[in-house]
Design a protein around this ligand. Structure first.
Ligand code: 5GP
Length: 109
């Protein structure tokens, strides 16, 4: 079971900022920006690479919520939504998550 599943099940504490039937958003424990949230689906999908056609609606929901939550957090001038898919690009927790980042000038990549 991933760390994030434990957060969903309230077995591990987290600073939750949004929750609905399908997803949960909470503050990253090691923030890389003044606002750094993680948005995750409640069902277990290891990464974006393992998502499939059955997850189409859920993925749309997550992206729309990412924008809504970013605005709720005051990120009106802009924000980044990033997902790492695979160990080789830095994924460390194998439960799909979108980083929502903002509150300072961010570079890319
Ligand atoms: P990844 O490297 O997989 O893209 O991102 C994983 C993120 O999860 C990292 O930014 C890391 O700081 C965060 N993280 C890891 N463990 C925990 C935890 O127990 N609680 C919270 N809130 N964030 C975590």
């Amino acid at each position: 079971m991933s760390i994030f599943k434990k957060i969903i099940d309230r077995e591990l504490p987290a600073e939750i900022v949004y929750e609905d039937e399908f997803c949960l958003a909470f503050k990253d424990i090691q923030p890389k920006a003044p606002v750094h949230l993680l948005l995750i689906p409640k069902i277990e999908i290891r990464s974006l690479a393992e998502a499939n056609e059955n997850h189409k609606e859920l993925l749309g929901h997550l992206l729309l919520k990412a924008s809504e939550i970013a605005h709720q957090q005051g990120l009106d001038s802009g924000f980044q939504v990033i997902t790492n898919s695979g160990e080789s690009v830095g994924q460390t927790v194998f439960h799909l998550h979108f980083h929502i980042l903002g509150g300072k000038k961010l570079s890319w990549p």
